[in-house]
Design a protein around this ligand. Structure first.
Ligand code: C2E
Length: 809
């Protein structure tokens, strides 16, 4: 009840209730006043007409007697009659005027609102009507007024009471029907903001069975619907708020004027600024000087027109660090399409940017020397060509390759090779102007681009300068190294107007310079171009040689120098191409090495050689060794030990029947893995021979260090043993020395009996050469083996005459 009465008081105090009461009172009062006024007016009219009626009554009833009394001048009677008149309620004063003058009067003449009447006093005398005077009666309206006033007061009081009661009743009704529910609603609304789990609103009223839903029910239903909608929205908002709070992107909100009103934790984390630091500031203030004015204008133009601007901008953190952000800025519109906020979603892309920059650098610069790479070099050539065309000058493009750089790598290791390249790059840079470019194309290949050259003769000067710079010794890792370079030169626009062709021209010219004996330069000519084309053609044909079965393995016998018996067969590659015809191994083997094809080809040679040798053995012929040339590449990049092991297993050829021929080049590299491979092969029982001995470094160390079985004297020595005493002495010394080291010696390229005899006399173990046989097919070799069978020993044949050689035709 207390709550109830308290609520009533609240209701009574409520402006709405007050307004209701005032309205009721005002309305009721106005109605009352209007009705009262009308009523009073009617009553007043009625009072006046009552007075008129009374005056008429006087005229009918008293006028004759007053006239009689005046005629007879009965003063007393007149006075009594006048007094009698003033006794009447509405008459205050009565008088008789004779001849215009007041003769008798009774009562007070009122000075307030009055009503009066004048009646002529007449008398019939001798048939004639005489006017003898005038009766004046005057009444006041006081009584009328009093009565009217009483009535007014009564009406007002009655209506006031009624109005009050109505107002009170209205208040009660208002509270009972509406007010208390409004208060409940208010309380619900108050609690709704504070209590998350507030149950839905329900009207606290009794409902009879006949209760029909009224406006309050539908209001409650609407409110609950609104509550549910709000709660859903609140949930959605909470989800969005959490999303924004936990977003890995930084989020800023500004008001419609662009002043920051919110930042999420990621923003603080990245920039170091809290909301307090930046509240009310413009985002641009945080990046002052980092965004170009045109970009800022473009951003504003886009977002003011309702669009979203996306791009990458630099930002500055609180500590002053500059970082990159991927930025999306857009307006938030209200439902009328008016901008109410701007939202900035930024992602820190500094890392990505730096990767991109790195990638860009990597894509354009060489990692080792930091010189522009091939890609950038092309771009520079193209740019230089455009400028040269405009300024009517030339662009000189030089292709530079370090001579025998591979040897440095092989001998001293890649680390030192790399150091040499870095130093060489520095020297190259020091030879040219700032506007010139030195690029590294890869390996030991460099490109020098000289734009804006007026006289092409200058190219020669610069080439000489470069060669000179390279000629000075390099001091690396405590070693003194010498390296030379070969330079190919081509000129724009004379030689070509395409960067690709210019590069190719310079490459071709460089090859020519190398062919001339290295440490030189060479200008490009069209003839060179043709040669290069030919080389390219060979290269492209070679790539398909194996699959097209164009390769063949021929065999050349190696015979015992004393018995003349065939003791071994050297497998020698042959390539017969339908377009190119027979191509010499001296041409295609180095090419195959350059382009890496020597690995599959080398495997094929090994396999073919072992299988062929095995078929000879299986057909009952005396077993002979098969010698296979192995390229340096097979040792470095291939899996030669496993290949040989599996080939021997596949073919069934005993390991001691296989001899692997290597050249000195392989040994230049002091790499332990080469020694390991050779040792493994040796342990497997495979024989190892050193080929072309005498042409390279011919270091005796190698002979001691590596597990060789055979030494093959190069044919260049053998050729001149008869004519050149030096070569003769050298050949003899090599045989002697090899024997000291327990190596067997093969003389290569023996073409004459004189050569053979000289070598025999000096104790040579085996001979190989056209004197006995040129390399022949496997079938041909089989015949040679059979021929040997039928002839028994060849030694006699050999010693008699050249015409009795083993040569297969
Ligand atoms: N003038 C003259 N030459 C003679 C005489 N006796 C033999 N020859 C030639 O001398 C070369 C000996 O082979 P090489 O020094 O290993 O030199 C070989 C070898 O380095 C390479 N080669 C050939 N086949 C292969 C192979 O299967 N693998 C590898 N890696 N290189 C091979 O190609 C080079 C040349 O091979 P070919 O042209 O077959 O030339 C062969 C052979 O035909 C002679 O009395 N007089």
């Amino acid at each position: 009840m207390t709550v109830e009465s308290g609520q009533v008081t609240k209701v009574a105090r409520s402006p709405l209730a007050r307004r209701l009461v005032v309205a009721i009172v005002l309305f009721s009062s106005i109605i009352t006043l209007v009705i009262t006024a009308i009523q009073i007016r009617v009553d007043y009219e009625q009072e006046l007409s009552d007075i008129d009626a009374e005056f008429e009554q006087i005229r009918h009833s008293s006028l004759h007697s007053v006239s009689q009394s005046v005629w007879v001048l009965d003063e007393l009677q007149v006075r009594n009659q006048l007094k009698g008149l003033t006794k009447l309620s509405s008459i205050e004063f009565a008088a008789v005027n004779v001849e215009g003058k007041q003769r008798w009067a009774v009562g007070q003449q009122p000075d307030r609102d009055q009503v009066s009447a004048r009646f002529p006093l007449t008398y019939q005398h001798r048939g004639e009507t005489l006017e003898i005077g005038e009766l004046v009666i005057i009444g006041t309206l006081d009584n009328v007024y009093h009565r009217l006033m009483d009535r007014v007061l009564f009406i007002l009081f009655g209506n006031g009471l009624k109005t009050s009661l109505v107002a009170l009743f209205s208040l009660f009704l208002f509270y009972h029907l509406l007010g208390r529910y409004i208060l409940d609603l208010k309380q619900f609304a108050d609690r709704f903001g504070e209590e998350q789990d507030l149950p839905l609103f329900s009207l606290n009223r009794k409902r009879s069975a006949r209760h029909q839903p009224d406006e309050l029910d539908s209001l409650a239903a609407s409110i609950n619907h609104m509550v549910k909608t709000l709660r859903n929205r609140e949930d959605d908002l909470r989800v969005f708020a959490t999303t924004v709070e936990q977003s890995p992107s930084s989020v800023l909100l500004t008001d419609a004027d662009g002043n920051i009103v919110y930042v999420n934790p990621t923003f603080t984390e990245i920039s170091g600024y809290t909301l307090d630091d930046v509240y009310g500031k413009k985002p641009a203030q945080l990046t002052a000087g980092l965004t170009a004015d045109e970009v800022s204008e473009q951003i504003w133009e886009t977002i003011r027109s309702g669009g979203v601007w996306a791009g990458e901008l630099k930002s500055r953190s609180k500590s002053g660090t500059i970082y990159w952000e991927s930025v999306k800025i857009g307006p938030v519109l209200d439902k009328n399409g008016e901008i109410i906020r701007y939202i900035l979603v930024n992602e820190d892309i500094t890392l990505r940017k730096s990767y991109e920059e790195q990638l860009l650098h990597q894509a354009n610069y060489d990692g080792l020397t930091n010189l522009p790479n091939r890609l950038l070099a092309f771009d520079r050539i193209a740019q230089a060509m455009v400028t040269a065309q405009r300024e009517k000058c030339h662009v000189v493009v030089m292709f530079l390759d370090l001579d025998r750089f591979k040897n440095v790598n092989d001998t001293l290791g890649h680390a030192l090779g790399d150091e040499l390249l870095v130093e060489a790059a520095k020297r190259l840079r020091s030879c040219i102007r700032v506007e010139d470019t030195v690029a590294r194309l890869g390996g030991d290949e460099f490109l020098i681009i000289l734009p804006g050259i007026q006289k092409t003769q200058n190219a020669e000067l610069i080439a000489r300068k470069v060669l000179q710079a390279m000629a000075a010794p390099f001091f690396l890792n405590g070693r003194e190294l010498y390296i030379t370079a070969s330079i190919g030169i081509t000129i724009y626009p004379e030689d070509s107007d395409s960067p690709e062709i210019l590069l190719r021209n310079a490459d071709v010219a460089m090859y020519q310079a190398k062919a001339q004996g290295s440490n030189s330069f060479c200008f490009f000519t069209q003839t060179m171009n043709n040669q290069a084309r030919a080389r390219l053609e060979i290269e492209s044909e070679l790539r398909h040689a194996q699959e097209n079965r164009e390769l063949e393995l021929h065999f050349q016998p190696i015979v015992d120098a004393r018995s003349g018996q065939i003791v071994a067969a050297e497998g020698l590659l042959r390539w017969n191409n339908p377009t190119l015809g027979r191509v010499s191994p001296d041409t295609f083997v180095p090419l195959a090495e350059d382009i890496g094809l020597i690995l599959p080809i080398g495997d094929w040679v090994l396999r073919t050689a072992c299988h062929t040798a095995m078929t000879w053995q299986q057909s009952g012929r005396t077993p002979v060794r098969v010698c296979v040339n192995a390229s340096v590449r097979q040792f470095r990049n291939g899996n030669i030990v496993q290949t040989i092991a599996s080939v021997l297993e596949e073919s069934g050829l005993p390991a001691h029947c296989l001899e692997v021929e290597i050249t000195e080049g392989l040994l230049l590299d002091d790499a332990p893995e080469i020694q390991e491979i050779l040792n493994k092969l040796h342990r497997m029982g495979v024989r190892i021979s050193i080929d072309d001995f005498g042409t390279g470094y011919s270091s005796l160390c190698y002979l001691k260090k590596f597990p060789f079985d055979v030494l093959k004297i190069d044919q260049s020595f053998v050729r001149d043993v008869i004519n050149d005493p030096d070569d003769a002495a050298l050949a003899a010394a090599i045989i002697h020395m090899a024997h000291q080291l327990k190596l067997e010696v093969v003389g290569e390229g023996v073409e004459t009996t004189a050569q053979l005899h000289y070598l025999q006399d000096n104790g040579l173990d085996m001979v190989q050469g056209y004197l006995f046989s040129k390399p022949v097919t496997a079938e041909g070799f089989k015949r040679l083996l059979d021929q040997k069978k039928s002839h028994g020993s060849l030694s006699g044949v050999v010693k008699k005459t050249d015409s009795h050689t083993l040569t297969e035709h």
